[in-house]
Design a protein around this ligand. Structure first.
Ligand SMILES: NC(=O)c1ccc[n+]([C@@H]2O[C@H](COP(=O)([O-])OP(=O)(O)OC[C@H]3O[C@@H](n4cnc5c(N)ncnc54)[C@H](O)[C@@H]3O)[C@@H](O)[C@H]2O)c1
Length: 717
């Protein structure tokens, strides 16, 4: 039943303290929306009237939502921005409301318990005082740059004034979040209180404020900070260093951090109303850029992916309370770590003690690394590690809700393992496979309950790659599918539903892209120019580097499978096979396309450099040709995949490539990029290559008909 409660309420207690409570109905988190801002405006009007009649002494802003103070602006509001002047007006309106809050003539206190992001942080810094709970869910930040914009509700102006330029830039330009403790240290919070006593401490702080005792001494800045921030030349130096660093980091692909930096430089020290107007102009400029539109699209696709099966199915999905992972290799150890890090007990089983020890060691290292990055304390890391029970036996399998098999990639072994498991687990247990190239349907043929078999395909490295492909077979039940989805979401991953076709989605699209690298080398391009061409496009690493990371043995195996499945258009180039047979396996043995010493890459492997030195001929592939051949083939394969129903929408395909291989998010995903390139242009380019280089470039039927009918992928969604 729909609730018609307001997302914000005002209660004035008998001591004349006004409590504004945020609690958005039917939502796990509080978000700012145009209506909730309008309501805040109305409540502030009511507070003003009470102040005028002497019936109000202070205002507290708090949240009634566990774990969420305010998660920021509802991103759909950004999607709805029509044009620059619309963005400007929206920013001005929110600024006016926060300014009105700031101008109240009684003390205002923000009580922050839970996530405080974007507009939430901008709201609390329009208050006079701020107290935060020490709960781990309390994190603060201004993630706007991650959506290609900047804080435009006063945050770009008020934060530098409150915490100093360097600390403010650290937050605004990176979009990262910080703990309550760190927020207190930089002066974003005045005080932290233990979570169990939070309400009491808020009241106590309020009493001090009302007694006039809370106005602490202004924080004395260290000398270096004063020299840099409080003098003209110091500030110039500071901004020019920040500009250089930002340009290096964003490589000209992301305009927001650079614009935010310029804005802070322009507005620091200006009268606030003048500064706010400049802020709204800067926001409006960014909100309509292609980069921001792309980032917003990807963000919303990610949100949609998590709700893909609908609230009802997800609500009813069985929660995994105990899990087991089979195979303690590269993937198994990392999957067990992921599960334990989310506080779910997990059995890790292998058949070799040595492999088990190595998997457990790897899991422990990952937990320690996460704790050194501040994700949790080292004590917690220890507790989480204790949730992983390493074993060589099937004892205790009678208690697990989910088994994920990550044993060697051989059908016969996997089928045997599946049968062994089924004899030992309860009837409700979900049996998932992490296979990357075998058919889940064939695997399920060995099962006595194929409706409970599903693919949960993680990517390597598991802790870093946000994508999980959920592979359904004809037999997989809806209930199992929903449980697999909700498990992936509970593990912090983005699930995408894919059909059981060879390579599923991401590896299939990667295959022609990586294979073409071999043909390019044969045609006279060299390793460095191939990688540079795609890195310039925005790929996190070029295809030769990626092949080294995957391992040339694994890549070769995959390419054989792909050729078997898809024939001529995936005919292996032979380069990877050649290098592998000479013992070059990639990063894992220090020699692949590049040479490695420990973690360091030491230039192109001499054997490779000699063989593929680049012909330097005028007709050797240049950067443009390298990009077209690799990326247009990927688009072509995407068209086949969509035609075959491997994935349901262009949006899900785009999201999968961004989350699965780091396809540049500012380009909005492969198909969104292809649409902008023009489908007819891509068909023409493929046809030209087909004529010159062979059948593998033959445009897919779907692509041809789209070109003829002037259709785009993203419009079809
Ligand atoms: N490595 C990757 O990048 C990657 C990525 C995604 C998916 N996968 C898939 O994950 C699975 C595992 O891959 P990996 O790279 O971790 O392999 P791996 O060779 O590193 O590990 C496999 C482990 O399984 C163990 N094992 C073999 N038979 C077993 C059995 N009957 N019971 C329990 N353990 C058994 C082996 O001792 C070994 O420790 C494969 O299906 C692979 O396709 C791998």
């Amino acid at each position: 039943m729909a609730e018609d409660r307001d997302p914000l309420t005002l209660d004035v207690d008998r001591d004349y303290v006004g409590w504004i409570t945020l609690d958005q109905p039917e939502s796990r988190v509080n978000l700012l929306t145009a209506p909730s801002l309008a309501l805040l405006d109305r409540l502030i009007g009511e507070l003003e009237s009470r102040i005028a009649t002497g019936k109000l002494v202070a205002v507290v802003v708090r949240s009634a939502k566990p774990g969420s103070f305010v998660h920021g602006l509802d991103v759909r509001e950004l999607e709805r921005v029509r044009d620059r002047s619309d963005a400007f007006e929206k920013s001005r309106e929110a600024q006016r409301i926060f300014r009105r809050l700031e101008r109240l003539t009684v003390p205002t206190l923000a009580a922050v318990d839970g996530m405080c992001l974007g507009g939430g942080t901008e709201l609390i810094i329009a208050c006079e005082h701020r107290i935060g709970s020490d709960d781990t869910t309390t994190r603060l930040g201004l993630p706007e740059v991650r959506l290609g914009i900047l804080p435009g509700f006063g945050g770009s102006v008020r934060l530098p004034a409150l915490v100093g330029i360097q600390s403010a830039l650290d937050l605004i330009l990176s979009g990262k979040t910080i703990s309550a403790d760190r927020a207190k240290r930089i002066g974003l919070l005045d005080r932290i209180a233990p979570k169990p006593r939070f309400e009491m401490e808020v009241s106590a702080f309020l009493k001090e404020i009302l007694a006039g005792k809370a106005r602490g001494k202004p924080r004395k800045k260290p000398l270096a900070k004063r020299l840099l921030e409080d003098t003209g030349p110091g500030r110039s130096l500071l901004f020019s260093i920040a500009e250089r660093k930002t340009a290096a980091r964003t490589k000209g692909w992301y305009p927001a951090p650079g614009r935010a930096l310029r804005l802070v430089a322009e507005t620091y020290g200006l009268p606030i109303d003048q500064a706010l107007e400049l802020e709204a102009h800067a926001l409006a400029e960014l909100a309509v850029t292609r980069e921001s539109r792309s980032l917003v699209r990807i963000f919303l696709l990610q949100q949609d992916a998590k709700r893909r099966l609908g609230e009802e199915a997800m609500g009813q999905a069985r929660r995994v309370e105990r899990a087991a992972v089979l195979g303690a290799g590269v993937m198994g150890g990392s999957i067990a770590e992921l599960i334990a890090s989310h506080d779910v007990p997990v059995i890790l089983k292998d058949i070799e003690q040595e492999a088990l020890d190595s998997g457990l060691r790897h899991a422990n290292e990952l937990l320690q690394k996460a704790s050194s990055k501040g994700r949790f304390s080292s004590g917690e890391a220890g507790l989480k590690f204790a949730l992983i029970q390493g074993t060589l036996s099937y004892d205790k399998f009678s208690e697990v809700d989910l088994v994920i098999e990550a044993v060697v990639e051989r059908m016969a072994v996997k089928q045997q393992v599946l049968q062994d498991v089924e004899e030992r687990v309860p009837s409700h247990t979900i049996i998932a496979t992490n296979t990357s190239s075998l058919s889940v349907t064939t695997l399920a043929e060995a099962s006595s309950r194929p409706d409970r078999v599903v693919g949960i395909h993680f990517f390597n490295p598991v802790h870093r790659m946000p994508l999980v492909e959920i592979v359904r077979t004809e037999a997989t039940s809806e209930e199992v599918l929903a449980a697999a989805f909700s498990f992936a979401v509970a593990m912090g991953k983005t699930p995408v539903l894919v059909a059981d076709r060879p390579g599923f989605l991401v590896n299939r699209l990667l295959a022609p892209y990586l294979n073409e690298t071999g043909y390019l080398l044969d045609d006279g391009a060299d390793v460095l120019s191939i990688d540079a061409a795609l890195e310039e496009f925005g790929m996190p690493m070029g295809p030769c580097r990626l092949l080294d990371e995957i391992g040339l043995d694994v890549a070769d195996h995959v390419s054989v499978e792909m050729e078997r499945a898809f024939g001529q258009r995936m005919r292996a180039a032979g380069v990877v096979d050649g290098l592998r047979s000479e013992g070059l396996l990639g990063r894992k043995n220090g020699r692949g396309f590049y040479r490695y010493e420990g973690a360091q890459q030491k230039g192109v492997e001499p054997v490779v450099a000699k063989r593929y030195s680049g012909t330097g001929d005028a007709d050797a592939p240049d950067a443009e040709e390298i990009r077209q051949r690799t990326l247009h083939l990927m688009v072509n394969e995407a068209a086949y995949a969509i035609e075959e129903g491997v994935v349901e929408s262009a949006g899900e395909l785009d999201l999968s490539l961004v989350m699965g291989i780091g396809f540049p998010p500012f380009r909005g995903g492969l198909l969104s990029w292809a649409d902008r390139e023009g489908i007819p242009n891509i068909v023409e380019s493929l046809s030209n290559f087909e004529e010159r280089l062979g059948d593998r470039f033959a445009p897919a039927g779907l692509l041809r008909s789209m070109a003829e009918e002037d259709l785009t992928f993203t419009d079809a969604d």
